[in-house]
Design a protein. Structure first.
Length: 134
């Protein structure tokens, strides 16, 4: 694959990958509350060797939180379960699904939450950026 074709492929892939999500860059200092779906900025950022972030769900929800590398490849699944209404804190140790340390770089973490309520299912998707420096 030529460099030009690779750039086109990467642009197309990342565009389609994040098409239905919101990429949020920056930090929010306000604490999360369980009155709406939220994904907090990780801290510290940049980090070494681990980082934490919060997320909140306003109703019982099926939640999937994954970490991706800059190419959009899945690195780690942090959550894949039904959770009750509340605010949760996660820690990522900079390792992949096999337990191996990942390389320095920019990573994305993404939440996909489907609220379970009578008569409707609300879907929340958000993506944030974090930087690992070893």
């Amino acid at each position: 694959m030529t460099r030009r074709n690779y750039k086109r492929f990467l642009t197309l892939f990342l565009t389609s990958f994040f098409l239905f999500s919101t990429l949020v860059i920056g930090s929010e200092n306000a604490p999360l509350t369980a009155d709406r779906f939220q994904l907090g900025q990780n801290h510290p950022n940049p980090f070494n060797p681990s980082t934490q972030f919060d997320y909140s769900v306003p109703v019982e929800s099926n939640v999937v939180i994954k970490v991706y590398n800059i190419l959009g490849q899945e690195v780690r699944t942090l959550v894949n379960e039904k959770v009750a209404r509340g605010v949760y804190t996660l820690e990522w140790d900079g390792k992949n699904n096999l337990g191996l340390a990942v390389a320095n770089g920019v990573y994305m973490y993404r939440i996909e939450a489907t609220g379970i309520s009578v008569g409707s299912e609300e879907v929340f998707v958000e993506t944030r950026k974090m930087i690992l420096v070893r």
